[in-house]
Design a protein. Structure first.
Length: 275
C-alpha cells in the first residue's frame, strides 16, 4: 500500500511540475511575442526602440536567454565588448547549449579574447559535441585563436585533425576554402613556404579571385626569391581586392578577420610598388 501511495504522490508531483513548465513556457512566449516580435523587431538594432523594448521584457522575466542575446547584439556591432559579454554571460547562464559555443565565436572574431574563446569552445564541444558557428567548426576557431596567440604548431595540429575528420565524413571537397587559407597562413608562419603555397593554390582554385590568398602566396614567393612572380601575383591581388574579392564571411563587414590584408600597409610590400 505504501508503494502505491508513493507512486501516486510522484505522479501528482510530476504532473504539477509539467504543468508549471508549460505555463512558464507559454508566459515566456507571450513576452517574446509582445516585446520582440511586436516591439524590438520593428526597429533596427542600433536604434533606441530596440533596447527599450528588450529592457521592458527583461523586467517581466530576466531568465529568457533570447532576450539577453538580443540585448547584446548592438553592443557587439558597436564594439562595446564588455557590455556585450556581460549580456551574453546571462544568455549562457539560461541556455548554455545554444549560447556557449556562440559566445566563444564572438570572443574570437569580435572581442579578440582568444584565450577566453578557446575555453568556451572546448567546453561547448565537451558538453554538447562537435559543433559549428557560421559554417565553421569550433575546432576551426580554436585553431584560429592559437594562430593569433603565435602558437603555430598547436594551431596546425588542431586544424589538421579537423581536416581529417571532414575528409572522412565528406571527402576533400568538404573542406571550406577559408579553412585551407588559414592552413596556408599557419604554414607561412612556420616558414614552410612550399606547403603554404600548396594550400593557397587549393584556396584559389575554389575562390579564384581571393585577394588575401594571392597576397600571401606572393609573400611566400618573395621568401623563395621569386620577386617577378611575387610582384605579378600581389598586384593581381590588389586589383581583386578593389573589385571586392576578400574574406566574405557574414561578420567580416563588422570585424577584421585575422590575417585579412590591410592594403593601406600591404601595398608597400609589393616589389617595385609606386603610388
Amino acid at each position: 500500500m505504501k508503494k502505491y501511495t508513493t507512486l501516486f504522490i510522484l505522479l501528482i508531483l510530476n504532473n504539477y511540475i509539467f504543468g508549471q513548465t508549460q505555463s512558464n513556457t507559454a508566459m515566456q512566449d507571450s513576452i517574446i511575442d509582445k516585446y520582440l516580435k511586436n516591439g524590438a523587431y520593428k526597429y533596427h538594432y542600433t536604434l533606441q526602440g530596440w533596447d527599450d523594448n528588450i529592457n521592458l521584457a527583461l523586467k517581466q522575466d530576466s531568465t529568457i536567454a533570447l532576450l539577453w542575446q538580443r540585448k547584446a547584439l548592438p553592443f557587439w556591432k558597436t564594439k562595446k565588448y564588455d557590455l556585450a559579454v556581460r549580456c551574453y554571460d546571462k544568455a549562457v547562464l539560461y541556455d548554455r547549449a545554444n549560447y556557449l559555443g556562440r559566445r566563444g565565436y564572438l570572443k574570437c572574431i569580435f572581442q579578440k579574447d582568444y584565450k577566453g574563446a578557446i575555453v568556451d569552445m572546448e567546453m561547448a564541444e565537451k558538453e554538447f559535441g562537435y559543433g559549428y558557428q557560421n559554417d565553421h567548426s569550433y575546432r576551426f576557431y580554436i585553431s584560429l585563436c592559437h594562430l593569433q596567440l603565435n602558437e603555430f604548431e598547436k594551431a596546425e595540429q588542431i586544424l589538421r585533425n579537423d581536416f581529417e575528420k571532414t575528409i572522412r565524413e565528406r571527402g576533400e571537397n568538404g573542406i571550406h576554402f577559408l579553412d585551407l587559407f588559414y592552413m596556408g597562413i599557419i604554414q607561412y608562419e612556420l616558414r614552410n613556404y612550399d606547403k603554404a603555397i600548396s594550400f593557397f593554390d587549393k584556396t584559389i582554385k575554389d575562390y579564384n579571385k581571393f585577394s588575401d590568398a594571392k597576397y600571401y602566396k606572393g609573400l611566400c614567393l618573395l621568401q623563395k626569391g621569386d620577386k617577378t612572380n611575387a610582384e605579378i601575383l600581389m598586384r593581381e591581388a590588389k586589383v581583386n581586392f578593389e573589385q571586392g574579392y576578400t574574406i566574405n564571411e557574414d561578420d567580416a563587414t563588422y570585424e577584421m578577420y585575422p590575417y585579412k590584408v590591410n592594403w593601406y600597409m600591404a601595398k608597400w610590400t609589393i616589389p617595385n610598388y609606386k603610388e
